[in-house]
Design a protein around this ligand. Structure first.
Ligand code: ADP
Ligand code: MG
Length: 253
């Protein structure tokens, strides 16, 4: 069952959704609050293809994280559809979602979210353990290789609290890459980094895109956004601007 979900095969749902890596159709999200229902996403239609480097920009509170959470499956739409490689992830239960996400998607959070009781290298090995990817021996080697890639291998056996914020974010990136996911999603990954570290992280992401990964990144930084292949602007829960829809239409035909 699990294997089936990750195969890049004809869609379970068939049709148009299977042609694209990520498809959102009329996605709405309602948050229940004490003050009543709040419509955080007002019907988002969005298509993303393999190899795109997509920036998501917009004011604070506009719905960027909510949108990203629909794509990662961390949260569910109130209505509408989300397809990945033609698979309807909005129909997954929690267990299916967690396993599927573990091999399909690397997620980098703004505040890193490393497990404080595990060492750096244990944090990076965790997704491999969870999805039972690679042999135990390979897991260690692979985790160390990823820590080397993000230049924190000397910190491997420390606890996250003993290293700097910039280093913690790099560890979080290494963790996101643990299972070599085809898609990486990062919600303001450079928001808490100094500009030099932010640039290094951006370069790392650009390198992953060059290797064929698909990358979505929420950012406040317009200069960074301009360097991505496509920029989507969210305002009050609506997609108000997309720099690349025309190019995509052309790819389809
Ligand atoms: P952004 O990431 O663009 O800053 P968010 O997606 O976090 O925006 O939030 C969009 C809107 O939804 C904001 O008005 C926020 O206050 C509201 N919101 C986000 N999460 C919740 C929640 N769990 N419950 C209620 N309201 C929420
Ligand atoms: Mg946010």
């Amino acid at each position: 069952m699990f294997k089936r979900l990750i195969q890049r095969e004809p869609a379970l749902d068939g049709g148009e959704h299977s042609q694209h890596l990520i498809v959102l159709r009329d996605v709405k999200k309602v948050y229940k609050t004490d003050a009543g229902d709040f419509l955080a996403l007002k019907g988002i239609d969005l298509t993303i293809d393999k190899g795109e480097f997509v920036g998501i920009v917009g004011k604070s509170g506009s719905g960027k994280s909510t949108l990203v959470n629909m794509i990662t499956g961390i949260d569910r739409p109130s209505s509408g559809e989300v397809y990945m490689n033609g698979t309807a992830i909005h129909h997954f239960n929690e267990g299916q979602m967690a396993k599927w996400r573990g091999v399909t998607m690397g997620v980098v959070f703004q505040f890193f979210q490393l497990l404080p009781t595990l060492t750096v290298i244990e944090n990076v090995m965790l997704p491999m353990d969870f999805c039972n990817m690679y042999s135990w021996r390979e897991r260690q080697d692979r985790a160390m290789e990823l820590l080397r890639l993000v230049d924190v291998e000397t910190q491997a056996h420390k606890l996250p609290t003993m290293i700097s914020g910039g280093q913690q974010q790099r560890v979080a990136i290494a963790r996101a890459l643990a299972n070599d996911p085809p898609i990486v999603v990062a919600d303001e990954p450079t928001g808490n980094l100094d500009s030099r570290t932010a640039e290094q992280v951006f370069q790392l992401f650009a390198g992953l895109v060059a290797q064929g990964k698909t990358f979505l990144m929420v950012t406040h930084d317009d200069e960074l956004a301009e360097r991505m292949s496509r920029v989507i602007t969210i305002t009050d829960g609506e997609l108000v601007r997309d720099s690349a829809p025309v190019a995509l239409e052309m790819q389809e035909s």
